[in-house]
Structures are given as structure tokens and as C-alpha cells.
Design a protein around this ligand. Structure first.
Ligand SMILES: [Zn+2]
Length: 227
């Protein structure tokens, strides 16, 4: 194992570990949340210089990920599907927990932002997948797979194979808005376009779709500043 210059970020030093792997075909970069190290796997004969260049060109991405590990959560409240939750630190916890009864989100002391993000993704999966599955079933389709991402360019997509991708950040939007995006993607199972027939089907699920669409256009950016 070779090591290269550690990365300085936000007043902390993050070690960079280099490993070589015969089977690796390209450089693989991983951030290890446990020991806050950056792990780089290099193909057998690639130069260390290439790894350094790679880190340099991905510095922004790395810093964003490291930020999640080091940053304190900056807000005290979060709105999930339009319901207000209070954020509290619970030193005994190792994972974040969303308590719907108390309307509280309990966060661990260590890496609270990362823990919060994980809990939000889990919540997004549990609530949005049901909405999509029910809607699909009602028009005689079956969704073949889901993925939840943090996309900047779109809130959702639907492939011709019936796979639906949604941004987990929809959980931070009002419930009607999140539901609209689910309906929108489900309607693509029937119409792979934005034809009048497509919008008629969307309207059959959500008569207020125009309002919800407008909300996303005008306020969607705000869902990124929160966490
Ligand atoms: Zn669409």
C-alpha cells in the first residue's frame, strides 16, 4: 500500500490510502465513513501520478462527501411531506430515527448529516414506492424496479423497462408535490412521452398536477439547501 499527501479540508486532515488491484479496470474512489479515510483502488500498472490527478479532478465531489461526515446539521426543523419535524440529538443513537408519533428526528452525535440523509432516503423509499406501486396497479402495470438518487437535473424518470427513478429529496417537498412526481413517472409506463393523452392520465390521478408542477419549478431548488 502506498500513501499520498492527505487531503486538508475544513480544518481536518483526511488520509488517502492507495491500493492496487489486478482486476481493477479503472480508478475506484471510496470514502470510508468509519475512519474518515479516502480509499483509492488503482489498476495494477497505473501510475500514482494518475491517482493524484484523479483526486484533483474529483476534489469537489470528495469535499462534498467529507462535508457530510464532518458537518453539523444546520437546521433545527425539517418538513417531511409537509409535516414539520424537530431535529434533536440523541447521544445514545448510532443511526438517525424519524419518530412520526413525536414528530421528531433523533440524530446521533457522530456524522449527524450523513445519518440524517440515510434516514431520509429510507423514508422516501417506504413512502414513495407505495404511492407508485398502487398507481401502477390501478392502470394495469407493474414497476420492475426502483432507484432513489440525489439528482440535480430531474425529480424522476421512468425507463421503457418499467424501472422508476426518484429523487429522495422529494420527501422534503409537500406531500401533494411528491405524489405528483410519482404519478407522473407511473403514467410514463403507459405513455413514453408528454402527449396530451399522457397529461390526461396524470390529471386522472392528480387534478391539481399543474399547481404541483409549478411548485417544483419555483421551489425545487430549495430542497437542496436543507441538507
Ligand atoms: Zn415526464
Amino acid at each position: 500500500m502506498t500513501s499520498i499527501q492527505p487531503l486538508e479540508f475544513n480544518g481536518s486532515t483526511f488520509p488517502i490510502e492507495l491500493r492496487r488491484n489486478k482486476r481493477a479496470k479503472r480508478i475506484i474512489l471510496r470514502i470510508c465513513p468509519k475512519d474518515k479515510a479516502i480509499r483509492i483502488t488503482l489498476p495494477q500498472h497505473m501510475s500514482v501520478k494518475k491517482a493524484e490527478d484523479f483526486i484533483h479532478s474529483h476534489q469537489k465531489w470528495i469535499e462534498q462527501k467529507l462535508g457530510l461526515l464532518t458537518e453539523e446539521v444546520s437546521c433545527t426543523h425539517l418538513s417531511l411531506l409537509g409535516e414539520k419535524y424537530t431535529l434533536k440529538t440523541d447521544t445514545l443513537r448510532r443511526k438517525a430515527h424519524i419518530c412520526h408519533k413525536d414528530r421528531c428526528i433523533y440524530l446521533p452525535k457522530k456524522s449527524p448529516t450523513l445519518a440524517l440523509q440515510k434516514a431520509l432516503i429510507t423514508y422516501a423509499k417506504s413512502s414513495l414506492m407505495d404511492i407508485c406501486n398502487d398507481a401502477a396497479e390501478s392502470i394495469g402495470y407493474k414497476i420492475t424496479g426502483f432507484s432513489f438518487r440525489d439528482t440535480k437535473s430531474r425529480w424522476g424518470s421512468c425507463s421503457s423497462q418499467g424501472k422508476i427513478m426518484l429523487s429522495w429529496r422529494l420527501i422534503l417537498a409537500p406531500e401533494d408535490v411528491a405524489r405528483y412526481v410519482c404519478f407522473h413517472e407511473v403514467c410514463h409506463l403507459e405513455h413514453m412521452n408528454h402527449s396530451p393523452a399522457f397529461w390526461m392520465l396524470v390529471a386522472s390521478f392528480d387534478p391539481n398536477y399543474k399547481r404541483n408542477r409549478k411548485w417544483l419549478k419555483e421551489n425545487g431548488n430549495r430542497l437542496y439547501g436543507v441538507i
